[in-house]
Design a protein around this ligand. Structure first.
Ligand code: COA
Length: 161
């Protein structure tokens, strides 16, 4: 397969009242759902297959989004394995009247390309050229290794009483 260059996917939306938690800031679960979709689109546009999320790296909510804020989610393929694709996903809030921007979240989604039988299927290798791409690639490689180590440490569920 020919190496492919990464094409970032940008998604803009407003925080609506029905996106909010009781404190009036955006509900984290809703934001994660948007990030998951945008990351999935970036991965699927790279592999041109269906994709499934295998793992999400740790998430820190650094700044709240308020009702009426604009939200930009940027997803960019930064690493590929044989069947896996790591997508760096960044979230920014922007206050519409002042243009003040805040960095809310950055994390990595690990997506697996799957075929019609839901089996992992090979993806085109990522073309990595610039220094920025090389450094994002190195960071994502660590994320992938960490995710596999964490998977191997998952404890069995407690027995049902
Ligand atoms: C993701 C899934 C398809 C992987 O299938 P699998 O049979 O375990 O896959 P394999 O062991 O053959 O590994 C395939 C790739 O996935 C990677 N992988 C599997 N589990 C992983 C994990 N927890 N974290 C990171 N990478 C993982 C492997 O490293 C491998 O990557 P590579 O081909 O680039 O080397 C399967 O575990 C699954 O369906 N999980 C549920 C997905 C889901 O429901 N997501 C939410 C909705 S989309």
């Amino acid at each position: 397969m020919q190496p492919k260059k990464s094409e970032p996917v940008h998604n803009w939306s407003f925080v609506f009242p029905n996106d909010a938690n009781p404190q009036g800031t955006m509900f984290g679960g809703k934001l994660l759902a948007v990030m998951d979709i945008v990351a999935g689109i970036a991965a699927a546009r790279h592999s041109r297959t269906r994709v499934a999320v295998a793992s999400i790296d740790s998430i820190t909510f650094m700044a709240p989004l308020h009702v009426g804020d604009m939200v930009e989610v940027i997803a960019c393929v930064v690493w590929t394995g044989k069947t896996s694709i790591v997508v760096k996903t960044d979230v920014f809030g922007e206050e519409p009247c002042t243009g003040t921007r805040k960095h809310c979240i950055s994390t990595h989604f690990i997506m697996i390309a799957i075929d019609e039988n839901h089996h992992p299927t090979p993806v085109p290798p990522l073309l990595v050229e610039t220094e920025r791409e090389k450094s994002a690639y190195a960071a994502a490689e660590l994320v992938k290794k960490r995710a596999l180590a964490q998977r191997d440490m998952i404890e069995l569920p407690l027995p049902r009483s």
